[in-house]
Design a protein around this ligand. Sequence first.
Ligand code: ZN
Length: 395
Amino acid sequence: MAGSVQTQLPAEINDLRYHQHPDFFRLVLTLTRIREYSAAELSQPDRLYLDIFQARLNPSLQGKTLKFDSPCVRELRLAQRNPTTVRITFELKTGTKEKEKIYYLKNPDRLVIDIYHRRDLLAVAKPGGLAEPPVATGGRPTGNTAGNQPPQAASPTASGYSLVRQLGLGVRKIALDPGHGGTDPGCLSQSGLKEKEVALDLAKKLKSILETQGGFEVFLTRETDVTLPLEKRTKLANDRQADLFISIHLNASPRKARTGVETFYLNFSPDPAVNELAARENASSSKNIREMRQIIDKIVRNTRYEESRALAEKIHHQLLGHLKQQFGPRDDLGVKGGPFWVLIGSDMPSVLVEVSHLSNSKEEEALKTDFYREAIATGLFRGIIEYVKSLGKGS
Ligand SMILES: [Zn+2]
């Protein structure tokens, strides 16, 4: 059973700063406490919004609207959406956003939102500042000093990527973690196929491809059907100084029609379905979701978070694409943050991938065949290769 989000004292958002950098627009919100958030996009007009949970706007920021003439951001709105949720909405110029980075900084607690505009728009951008002074409608005057702060160790934009990426060292050693094992079978299919057995076979197949076709050094956290605590899996990867950690799982959903791939990196999740899945995958740990949240809170504020997400995205799209191409349509369940114990405490980019569904009769049948399992291993291999290729190109 999933742990429910506990009632917490609301954090107050009591200051905001912004600055147009050459490549991105930065908004910095100062909060009294770090809080969970959820970001999403809307179109017509293009908008990016953030809901910050268990949070309250300082009265001086209530209903505030700021207008900008920046390469991407047209307008910023702050609103108390309901008594416990603050919504920050960026209205964007159509088709100009390349990506966004959202992360926390400490001392004081700040939530940073960097919105990158498309590079081919650089020609029309005026780097180094806002083209026009922003027009504040109501509220107190706002600062404009976020861009003048010294580099922060926790900021992915300030510190760049890991040493491996910075030095262009690439990836040499890969840890593969077949989910479950021993007394923990994982999920079971209707006909009795066990997640722990399929995951182990997939890991062995992937190891073989990575070694022969990729020239990597690969090891499995377990080679046989043994019980292995989640914490030990990451410790093994750390001790052996793996450059990547990939935990392989099979999905099960009460919605029997659901198929496809779902890929995770470590983060909070506001999604009850994700927390339920995490609770199931975490079942062999004695810790609970609430304890995890405190740890995750510390962990998401480092550069590995960005790298893990990048790895998750590459693996997800390559695996899903390969399975679709070979076996026809299946669901794209997305790349998501999730509170998975096995991803906590690793020193390297780490992901957990639910490669297919044991709860779906078609995928279950396919999973009984070597052919389908080889295809999964190939898809995972392609994702890893794509990630490795992306290294060394800097941020
Ligand atoms: Zn599992």
